[in-house]
Design a protein around this ligand. Structure first.
Ligand code: ACO
Length: 313
């Protein structure tokens, strides 16, 4: 069994909504500019809640109807953990009341590719965990590293979390992961770094060009590995960064918008949370049926990129 079974999903977004009209009062921008350049209309911002809290809420929903004693692995994909150590994953384990069982817990930082990387790592580790389950979470509180005076970044990002419980299974699983070390395209300095600027900065156009190149490359790589074509795939869930990036991709692949799920208009770019949040939302809307093939594709800081092809179960 080298495949994957998806047992359940969950997502969570903080209550407070910051829409484009709120941002118009904070920086020199407009709803028209943000919507036409990105597709984003609003984002959710965590005030009191930490990144662990967001991940915990998503995980709680994901494990609601499953046998918790079978969870043997928790991975939290994040670039905004509460602490360098302990990991978000360990703190979520504690909050879920899973301290008394054997669980491997760690965080994984591959920026916005984090969840795709985490699924790949979890699927590989499950091969040695028998009938145990893996809880794979993407959780981000990006608002804490955003300069809300910088219109280049503050209009793009939001907070949120999503989670999947997976196990070994018969469902198809293919993955492709890649990176190219680059500090300047997208960075968020460590909080102890001696620097005036502790905020996330990004070379927007460079990241845009990188994204429209590596997303089709990643999609084609997992299609090739699984001997499928895009016609065999029910949905592509891209990292939710920008509507124009996704549009560029489906045009390049001669596909159509209805195959490319989008919820960036509601949440903005939630980094490693965006893909599991989208999958859990699609699950809640009952858009997915057993046997559906889905490609998840991420790109982001690192620079990192990659895709997984999964079969809904
Ligand atoms: N409101 C109004 N005007 C703005 C804003 C804003 N919020 N931001 C920039 N502008 C202005 C610029 O100053 C510029 O003005 P100028 O022509 O007078 O110089 C003009 O708008 C155009 O700016 P560009 O940067 O060329 O705008 P572009 O069309 O490239 O859109 C954007 C910018 C949305 C950031 C785009 O480049 C993009 O989406 N890039 C990819 C970003 C991305 O995906 N990041 C996620 C990476 S994932 C991760 O790991 C976190």
């Amino acid at each position: 069994m080298n495949g994957l079974k998806i047992l359940s999903t969950g997502y969570y977004a903080p209550q407070q909504v910051l829409d484009n009209f709120n941002l118009e009062k904070m920086v020199e921008t407009s709803d028209e500019w943000i919507v036409s350049r990105t597709g984003i209309k609003k984002r959710h911002i965590a005030k009191e809640e930490s990144c662990v809290d967001l991940g915990y809420q998503a995980a709680l929903k994901a494990i609601k109807n499953i046998d918790k004693s079978k969870i043997g692995l928790i991975i939290c994909a994040t670039m905004t953990p509460d602490y360098f150590t302990p990991s978000n994953a360990c703190l979520i384990q504690e909050k879920l009341g899973l301290n008394d069982q054997e669980v491997m817990c760690f965080d994984l930082n591959a920026a916005c590719s984090g969840f795709v990387y985490a699924l790949t790592v979890a699927q590989a580790l499950l091969q040695n965990l028998g009938d145990k389950y893996a809880l794979v979470i993407g959780s981000e509180k990006i608002s804490k590293m955003i300069d809300f005076n910088d219109r280049n970044t503050c209009v793009l990002f939001g907070d949120g979390a999503g989670a999947l419980v997976i196990s070994n299974g018969e469902g198809i699983f293919a993955s492709y992961s890649n990176s190219a070390g680059n500090l300047d395209a997208l960075k968020a300095p460590a909080i102890n770094e001696v620097s005036e600027n502790h905020f996330l900065t990004m070379a927007g156009q460079e990241v845009f060009k990188f994204a429209v190149k590596v997303i089709p490359e990643s999609i084609n790589a997992v299609l090739k590995k699984s001997n499928l074509t895009l016609d065999d795939v029910a949905y592509v869930v891209c990292h939710q960064a920008n509507y124009r990036i996704i549009k560029n991709v489906y045009k390049k692949l001669k596909s159509s918008e209805d195959k490319f799920y989008m919820n960036l208009q509601e949440y903005g770019n939630t980094s490693a949370a965006s893909i599991p949040l989208a999958l859990a939302e699609m699950d809640e809307k009952q858009m997915l049926k057993p046997g559906d093939k889905i490609i998840c594709v991420g790109f982001g800081g690192g620079l990192t990129w990659g895709a997984t092809l999964i079969e809904w179960s």
